[in-house]
Design a protein around this ligand. Structure first.
Ligand code: HEC
Length: 95
């Protein structure tokens, strides 16, 4: 667990950069969300505590954190797709 956290922290700066580089696919994001996230977060999205997403970078970090926490083995593309989908459908953050 501790090792995972250290790994996550090392990867975060790279992931923030990656969101600029990967083309989001909203259809895949929808499927991924419905498959792995909806049972806890529902539709419309239900915050589970940290209802403070103020920009898409924060949202991207939380999607990363949740997907890792549940051992989904998502790659950058999966995380980007889901962040994109969630932002368009639920959050509507500008940046
Ligand atoms: C087993 C339940 C569960 C699943 C499955 C789950 N989450 Fe979460 N999620 C949580 C909880 C609990 C929190 C609050 C964490 C905290 O307060 O530290 C949270 C927090 C979040 C947040 C931060 C904003 C908020 O609502 O508090 C985002 C964004 C998020 N999850 C996205 C996702 C995504 C994307 C997935 C699918 C990969 C996912 N979650 C799957 C339980 C879950």
């Amino acid at each position: 667990m501790r090792r995972n956290k250290a790994l996550l922290l090392t990867l975060l700066p790279g992931l923030a950069l990656a969101i600029e580089l990967v083309q989001p696919n909203i259809g895949d994001g929808k499927l991924l969300y419905e498959e792995s996230c909806m049972r806890c977060h529902d539709d419309p999205y239900l915050s589970n505590g940290l209802d403070e997403m103020t920009n898409t970078t924060e949202l991207f970090y939380m999607v990363t954190a949740c997907s890792r926490h549940f051992d989904l083995d998502w790659n950058k593309q999966d995380i980007t797709d889901t962040t994109y989908y969630m932002n368009i459908k639920f959050f509507q953050l500008d940046e």
